[in-house]
Write a protein that binds this ligand. Structure first.
Ligand SMILES: [Zn+2]
Length: 830
């Protein structure tokens, strides 16, 4: 387990660059006025009005993206107007990817984006603790070994103190499921109390104040487990039915929650629709509450029911009404609503009272911000800020287009307009006014400091809070009918070098005896991020046992141009290259872009690994890839003659030209048409071929009549959900002299060293006696699993099924992964 980084991780940080000037005077032009009755606009206004009625914040704590309770979050915001935030322990980068090749940090970037898209549907606001997702674990202890229990608690306490939830909900108890879930369940029990204790993490109190949430609920399908059972609140809880129709959006909350869940596409496939029995009824148990919290009513409909504000706050946090009726009743009368909101603002609604000395100014600020949003929505005033597809380049100016639009029916006076926290040389004229149906745009030039740090590639910034670049925010103070309010717009922009260089080859690059020096033929993509032409040079350097070899060639790129270049071998002169390559464990190629003055603009390092793995000469391989290019890249590194196959080509093509066919991880799930042509695959084996099948999930493999899926192996194999998650779990050789373990590469214990993430998934629980089981492994304290590598003769050929996670080892350039893979490909050929 690698140690975790200790850097703070949230999506918002202070701006790093300075806004220099605003050049153009604003020009007004005519725009279409918004249709007050259009569906999206109506729902948006309804939400903004509903939000004024609910001063409470609910936080949902989840271990991974997609563990959040989307149904409850959706109901609390869409039906009740509560402020909803989600807090994720990890970015989920240790998970699988059902739709693309990205894994690890690259997957984390995608899952963060999916989470933000899901949160948008739920109407919630996502935050991350940035703890490392090191893959599946079985216990909270394993998670805490990687995270550091105190560090994880520190981060969670800080977020509770910042976000100040009145109620916390979670799907995770302390004993069930994934170790990350259990650990998150334990952390939240501690953090609930620790956030309110000034002795806990006192260093945070210079930035935030202590915060006492009032209630903590843990979702339990059969009551809360003993370890989290309520102490003073016997079996109290809330039951939530997500199947109610949302009259504003015309779908049920369960359907909206499913739409949010579907945003987590890498974790799919998800159901396409809610089944005939509706979404599952959700039961939350009240696990903790403060001594001063109002009791939860017996028939509570939400986890917030019964909560009370102190008298002095309650009287000042009252939503505006029209003749005693809520503003949401008037959602189709925008001008009537706007007049009521204008009056509320003029009357000072939700402003913090200095005389009373409110103890909870953040709650007032939240509600005052919501009133701003309601005013802007009702008045149809909006602000956008965009950099197009430009990036920030250190020591260069980047233009931003800022547009303020009045699609409403009232005149809008612009009082002030500025970028947040940044010095602006020139402001808009405060007397400027926008007539109904007009907009004003101007360009701002931001100068990025010379010392700004890059935020690309995103995968390298998963944990440092700069995942999607730096924020650029503009606020406008405007006045409508004598009421002032602000509208703001924010965009995130990457900080990148003037010329970026990226690698089109797998990383690390693997060479084997059949592919010596292949890594030196690097394919690189170069992108000019500036609006001006670039000329300089591309320098490739290879470090071999202390010898540095360099090749330099001139480089010219037009404004904004992207070029792909393939470089030949850097070094053709060093003697006995092959000999010393065999003796080294790795090296690196560095590609640098230099400016005309020889200064280094960007640098890319490509690690290289030499692995002594050989495949029987002349072996021809057909392979059916899943979502990941690892199979193809690994076959390339082994120098094997290969052809990519699809489910269709398996059904039609002459398979006899191959010695070996490989079905990638979960191949029968990703290419379900393979099931229909499985007889052809088995015939290929019968006729003398070798069929190698990588791991599948239990419900993707075991025979299932409903899915018209027969037993797929020539002799039965039945999978179970057993995993071996400790990547250093001992591996025992059950038949050490078996040809699969000895030819052409002699496999030893060394080949199971330095593995990544885990040993294997979904190990078989039963298999036909025709199979030889070659390896045994298990996590600490568990029973040995012996079905991870099964091999049988069938007809004239051979069949191999393996639940070990070879693809992760191949991708990480683990020598044992390549050597065993080479033996499996070569099996049956002498
Ligand atoms: Zn999870």
């Amino acid at each position: 387990m690698a140690s975790i980084g200790l850097r703070r991780s949230t999506l918002s940080i202070a701006l790093l660059f300075v806004l220099l000037s605003s050049l153009q005077l604003p020009l007004s032009k005519v725009v279409a006025q918004g249709d007050v009755n259009d569906g999206a606009g109506r729902a948006e206004l309804h939400q903004a009005l509903l939000d004024l009625t609910n001063p409470w914040t609910v936080m949902c704590v989840a271990a991974h993206p997609d563990d959040e309770d989307g149904s409850t979050l959706t109901i609390l915001r869409r039906k009740y107007g509560a402020h909803t935030v989600t807090l994720f322990s990890t970015f989920g980068e240790g998970g699988q990817n059902a739709v693309g090749p990205e894994l690890y940090e690259e997957l984390g970037v995608i899952r963060a984006r999916e989470t933000m898209a899901a949160a948008k549907v739920q109407g919630s606001e996502p935050h991350f603790l940035g703890l490392r997702d090191f893959g599946f674990s079985k216990s909270a202890e394993e998670a805490f070994r990687a995270w550091g229990e105190k560090e994880a608690l520190r981060r969670m306490v800080l977020q509770i103190r910042r976000l100040r939830p009145d109620v916390i909900i979670t799907n995770h108890d302390t004993v069930s499921g994934h170790g990350h879930h259990q650990a998150t369940g334990r952390l939240i029990l501690q953090a609930f109390d620790a956030a309110a204790d000034p002795k806990q993490f006192p260093e945070q109190l210079s930035e935030v104040t202590i915060w006492q949430s009032q209630r903590l609920f843990v979702r339990g399908f059969r009551g809360a487990p003993a370890a989290t059972s309520p102490t003073d609140s016997n079996n109290q809880g809330v039951t939530i039915d997500p199947n109610e129709m949302d009259p504003i959006r015309g779908t049920t909350y369960a359907q909206q929650a499913l739409a949010a869940l579907q945003q987590h596409a890498t974790q799919g496939p998800w159901p396409k629709s809610i089944g005939p029995n509706g979404g599952r009824i959700i039961r939350y148990n009240l696990v903790k509450q403060t001594a001063t919290a109002a009791p939860l009513p017996a028939n509570a409909k939400t986890p917030l029911d019964g909560l009370r504000l102190p008298e002095s706050e309650a009287t000042r946090l009252v939503a505006p009404t029209i003749e005693g009726k809520p503003l949401t009743d008037f959602v189709d009368k925008r001008s009537v609503v706007l007049a009521a909101l204008v009056n509320a603002r003029k009357a000072g609604a939700f402003t913090v009272s200095k005389e009373i000395g409110d103890t909870d100014p953040q709650r007032f600020q939240l509600m005052a911000d919501r009133l701003d949003t309601a005013l802007a929505t009702a008045a149809n005033v909006s602000l956008t800020v965009s950099s197009g597809d430009r990036v920030l380049v250190p020591d260069h100016r980047t233009p931003f287009e800022v547009t303020l639009t009045n699609s409403g029916e009232q005149e809008v006076f612009i009082k002030d307009m500025k970028s947040k926290g940044l010095a602006v040389e020139k402001q808009l004229d405060p007397a400027e006014k926008l007539l109904p149906g007009t907009e004003t745009s101007q360009q701002l030039l931001a100068l990025t400091p010379k010392t700004a740090k890059f935020s690309v590639p995103a995968a390298e910034h998963l944990y440092d809070g700069r995942l999607f670049g730096d924020p650029f925010e503009v606020d406008a103070d405007v006045e409508v009918d004598g009421a002032q309010f602000s509208v703001s717009a924010k965009t995130l922009v990457d900080v990148a070098p003037a010329v970026a260089v990226s690698n089109n080859n797998p990383t690390p690059c693997v060479e084997t005896p059949a592919t010596i020096m292949a890594c030196e033929s690097t394919s690189l993509t170069l992108k000019n991020n500036l609006d001006t032409a670039f000329s300089g040079s591309l320098v490739l350097k290879e470090n071999d046992l202390g010898h540095e070899v360099t090749a330099e060639k001139p480089l010219s790129l037009g404004p904004g141009e992207t070029q792909t270049v393939i470089n030949g071998p850097i070094n053709t002169t060093l003697p006995n290259r092959q000999r010393y390559q065999k003796n080294r464990s790795g090296g690196a190629i560095a590609a640098a872009v230099n400016g005309a003055d020889k200064s280094e603009i960007s640098l890319l390092k490509i690690p290289m690994v030499y692995i002594p793995a050989v495949v029987t000469a002349g072996t021809r391989v057909g392979y059916v890839p899943s979502t990941d290019p690892t199979l193809k890249n690994s076959l390339t590194a082994l120098g094997v003659e290969k052809e990519e196959l699809t489910g269709e080509t398996i059904a039609k093509a002459d398979l006899s030209r191959f010695n070996t066919i490989i079905i990638d991880n979960r191949g029968y799930e990703i290419h379900p048409e393979l099931i229909k042509s499985n007889d052809r695959l088995l015939k290929f084996v019968e006729d003398g071929g070798t069929l190698l099948v990588f791991y599948h999930k239990t419900n993707e493999w075991n025979p299932d009549e409903r899915r018209a899926r027969p037993q797929l192996a020539p002799y039965p194999i039945i999978l179970d959900d057993e995993r071996v998650t400790e990547e250093d779990a001992p591996v025992r050789f059950l038949e050490p002299r078996h040809r699969l373990l000895t030819f052409p590469n002699a496999i030893t214990q060394k080949d199971f060293a330095n593995w990544v993430q885990e040993r294997g998934l979904y190990f078989p629980k039963e298999w036909d006696p025709h199979y030889a089981a070659l390896l045994s492994t298990n996590d600490k304290g568990e029973k040995p699993l012996t079905g991870g590598l099964l091999v049988a003769d069938y007809g004239k050929g051979h069949y191999i099924f393996t639940s070990f996670v070879w693809y992760r080892q191949l991708r990480a350039a683990i020598p044992g992964g390549y050597r065993m893979f080479a033996n499996m490909i070569s099996y049956g050929r002498h």
